[in-house]
Design a protein around this ligand. Structure first.
Ligand code: SF4
Ligand code: SF4
Length: 182
């Protein structure tokens, strides 16, 4: 044993070092949250539970049933059932997402040319059956009303996702025509 090692043993250097570290950590603010009492506020544009966008004008889903979202979805968890309506206008009878299979890539949001689907920031959902995670068109519209009401939905598309929905794109065109940039 060297003299230095002997000194360390005599003066309990390791123990004192350990105690000092413990005292330091006692007064350091915790980095963990006491979830669910303390909840993390999601970042704007977070990718959580899906919603179908409700049009301000018609009060109905903006989705026209083109099927691009379902085609691009890598998980194949979007199911759309359409039929021919009046004047051969497509009617979306059912629009369903099997959320348990989703990987939250947001390709569906990016692919939609009408800004008709969104990923809300609602991440706290749970259930006991698979059926609870099978979101129908009605439930997806409810999600929009619950989690993207008011300006939140508009900000979501303007700030985070493209291509822009028809009404937002129209605003941009107006701005360019008036001599301003996008
Ligand atoms: S987020 Fe990705 S995996 Fe989920 S439904 Fe959309 S395209 Fe499919
Ligand atoms: S891409 Fe948009 S408009 Fe087309 S089916 Fe999907 S959500 Fe509806």
């Amino acid at each position: 044993m060297t003299f230095k090692e002997l000194l360390r043993k005599v003066f309990f250097i390791e123990i004192l070092g350990g105690l000092a570290l413990t005292m330091k950590e006692l007064f350091t603010p915790a980095v963990t949250r006491q979830y669910p009492k303390v909840k993390r506020v999601p970042f704007p544009g977070a990718r959580a539970l899906h919603a179908l966008v409700r049009s301000d004008v018609t009060g109905k889903a903006k989705c026209v049933g083109c099927g691009l979202c379902a085609a691009v979805c890598p998980s194949k968890c979007i199911h759309i059932y359409t039929s021919d309506g009046e004047d051969h206008i497509k009617v979306v009878n059912r629009y369903e997402i099997d959320v348990l299979r989703c990987v939250f890539c947001a390709f569906c949001v990016e692919a939609c040319p009408f800004g008709a689907i969104a990923l809300t920031d609602h991440f706290e959902y749970s259930g006991y059956t698979r059926e609870e995670f099978y979101y129908t068109k009605e439930r997806l519209l409810e999600n929009w009303d619950k989690y993207m009401a008011g300006d939140k939905g508009k900000v979501y598309f303007e700030k985070f996702w493209g291509p822009k929905s028809a009404d937002i794109a129209h605003k941009a065109v107006e701005k360019i025509a008036a001599g301003g940039g996008v």
